[in-house]
Design a protein around this ligand. Structure first.
Ligand code: GLU
Length: 425
């Protein structure tokens, strides 16, 4: 068997799958990973591409393409969200699946990594069309998902209602209710308290830790949030409640800023009423580009991949970048920020609160025993704080940035499990 690794394609590039492999290659060297394990972890375990036929409301027939990628299951069932977005590609889903493996290992929950996606524009679809799409996609991937195999969850533009349809479709196929097949469900059918805000709450906990380490007072610290979906909107409100000052926010349509502070609650209401933060009174209009370079202490990219590049990294003014989104920082930008002394809390740490409470949801479903919200938040805090400290310690020990520290912890855990289980047959 060849164990040589072709690094020629691993130059920091604009392809997220190359970026994910590049990040693994860097840590492999750092922790002295064997070539065999490195090669093993560099590829997804399984890739499923499905065609999803849907009858649209006007009677037309359309064919969508979807994917489910399982990167690794050495530490337990595969876990990861499903996104509905026009720009979904197989390479993107492969990268996101690999990141889920590291994320679950970093917060030390017994899951591997997976991700799914359907190429579609959910904003241009009716509820009925979305339901048909979701149900047929679930049916197509049902051959590889299940509470002991692979457990989907929400991601970009997917909601608790969509998770309810996934749970129902799977349950109808097997003939009984299986709440543990998917997380991020509505509470009424086995969802967990606190899951809706978990990504944001986890992000808040690690930002608090970083502020402490850097000696920056929380009260009045200025925060800019890019993306006002599930992660971004809750991050803004929770951080405002904690004493941070939200100075700029944006979504796919544009943004709004005020160096004296924006009313986070009012923003949430405006977003829910109008579908965007644009037009919110109390601030000046800004673009997404302006937002990333806005004067602040904490920048929270909470939208999509590849927004922090070598062009804007030198202009970022924040002292902390908390990656609520997956993959927002390109490797060359990461290096620039590190050199400039900006602490980047990597995605696999900063947004791991979502999958952590997904794990709690799955445990509650399997055990048919549900917990109070206080208990869930306390357990989340414990997991996030521990992951931050381990990341920080490893970053110091290896003299690398926080991503390097987080990867050192996570990849070592997955490598150990992979080695212990050995090669089948
Ligand atoms: N989509 C979220 C993530 O990227 C949550 C995944 C989950 O809960 O399984 O981490």
């Amino acid at each position: 068997m060849s164990t040589s690794i072709d690094r020629s394609a691993t130059q920091a590039s604009e392809n997220v799958w190359e970026m994910a492999k590049h990040q693994l290659d860097e840590v492999a060297q750092l922790i002295g990973l064997s070539d065999a394990i490195h090669l093993y972890l560099r590829q997804p375990k399984r890739v499923l591409e499905v065609s999803v036929p849907v009858r649209m409301d006007d009677g037309r027939f359309r064919m969508f393409t979807g994917y489910r990628v399982q990167h690794n299951m050495s530490r337990g069932p595969a876990k990861g969200g499903i996104r509905f977005h026009p720009d979904v590609t197989l390479d993107e889903i492969k990268a996101l699946a690999m990141w889920m493996t590291w994320k679950c290992a970093l917060v030390n929950i017994p899951f591997g990594g997976a991700k799914g996606g359907v190429i579609c524009d959910p904003k241009a679809m009716s509820m009925q069309e979305l339901e048909h799409l979701t149900r047929r996609f679930t049916s197509e991937i049902s051959i590889i998902i299940g509470p002991e195999k692979d457990i989907p969850a929400p991601d970009v533009y997917t909601t608790p209602q969509i998770m309810a349809w996934i749970m129902d479709t799977y349950s109808m196929q097997v003939g009984y209710s299986v709440p543990g097949v998917v997380t991020g469900k509505p509470i009424a059918i086995g969802g967990s308290l606190g899951r809706d805000k978990a990504t944001a709450r986890g992000c808040l906990y690690v930002v608090d830790e970083a502020m402490d380490v850097l000696g920056i007072p929380i009260e009045g610290a200025r925060v800019a949030v890019q993306g006002f979906g599930n992660a971004g909107m809750h991050a803004a409100t929770l951080m405002a409640e904690r004493g941070y000052k939200i100075v700029a926010v944006s979504d796919s349509r544009g943004g709004v800023a005020n160096s004296k502070g924006l009313d986070a609650r009012g923003l949430l209401v405006h977003k829910l009423q109008t579908g965007s933060v644009v037009g919110f009174a109390g601030g000046e209009k800004i673009t997404n580009k302006d937002l990333l370079e806005y004067e602040c202490d904490v920048l929270v990219p909470a939208a999509l991949e590849k927004v922090i590049t070598r062009d804007n990294a030198p202009k970022i003014q924040a002292k902390i970048v908390a990656e609520a989104a997956n993959g927002p920082t390109l490797p060359e930008a990461d290096a620039i920020l590190h050199e400039r002394g900006v602490m980047v809390l990597p995605d696999i740490l900063a947004n791991a609160g979502g999958v952590t409470v997904s794990y709690f949801e799955w445990v509650q479903d399997i055990g048919e025993n549900f917990w109070e919200e206080d208990e869930i938040n306390a357990r989340l805090k414990q997991k996030m704080t521990r992951a931050f400290r381990e990341t920080y310690e490893h970053a110091q020990r290896h003299n690398v940035n926080m991503r390097g520290g987080a990867y050192a912890v996570a990849v070592s855990r997955v490598a150990e499990a992979t080695k212990l289980r050995g090669l089948y047959p």
